[in-house]
Design a protein around this ligand. Structure first.
Ligand code: ATP
Ligand code: MG
Length: 181
């Protein structure tokens, strides 16, 4: 039997944006608000696949390689706290259609390939703190960073020596809107 791996499709944050986010986070949250997500782990999940076999992963990689979805930009101007599961997140008040369509496409392909999908509506977000189960004082506003999405990736999540690490297995370019027509 082939091994299974815990995989998800996501957008990465460029290193400069990772640095800005963690500096701002350090300045705006109490130390005990939650566990800060490591800079390199900041990401926006498009579709969670779960523990899947190599065969299923290969089928989803093929599908991902055939997606022609446009590039988009999103403004990170929303902030929230979900006491359960204990996440403080950065999001957007106006999710671009291209983002919603890309996530919906990946989630429906995932479902058709046997990856259970949550029935909750897709809420694009970047987790900033985990284990934040107690009330958190949120800053009044975010700095309105812009995230320019030019590619999406397939990531493996591994829990090693007490830390979760993600590795990008493959990424695919989004296409300039004029080339989508
Ligand atoms: P950890 O679970 O070790 O604290 P993590 O949640 O970042 O860290 P994973 O559980 O492997 O690591 O999740 C990878 C990504 O998929 C994260 O963005 C996580 O929020 C998301 N995710 C995990 N489980 C689900 C799920 N059942 N439905 C939707 N997204 C999920
Ligand atoms: Mg998790």
């Amino acid at each position: 039997m082939s091994e299974s791996r815990r995989l998800f499709f996501a957008l990465a944050l460029p290193p400069a944006l990772q640095r800005r986010v963690i500096r701002w986070r350090a300045a705006h949250f109490e130390q005990d608000a939650g566990r800060p997500v490591a800079a390199a782990n900041l990401h926006l999940t498009l579709a969670f696949l779960g523990e899947i076999s190599e065969a299923r992963a290969a089928a989803l990689r093929d599908i991902a390689g055939r997606i022609h979805s446009p590039t988009f930009s999103l403004t990170l101007d929303d902030l929230g706290h979900w006491p359960r599961p204990g996440v403080v997140w950065l999001g957007t008040r106006r999710a671009p259609n291209a983002l919603l369509q890309l996530a919906s496409l990946l989630r429906s392909h995932a479902a058709r390939n046997g990856c259970h999908q949550s029935t909750l509506p897709f809420h694009p977000h970047i987790s900033l703190l985990r284990g934040a189960t107690r009330p958190v004082a949120l800053p009044a506003a975010t700095p309105q960073w812009q995230l320019d999405a030019t590619e999406f990736g397939l990531y493996e999540s591994r829990y090693l020596r007490g830390r979760t690490r993600y590795q990008c297995l493959q990424s695919w370019p989004l296409v300039m809107p004029s080339s989508c027509e």
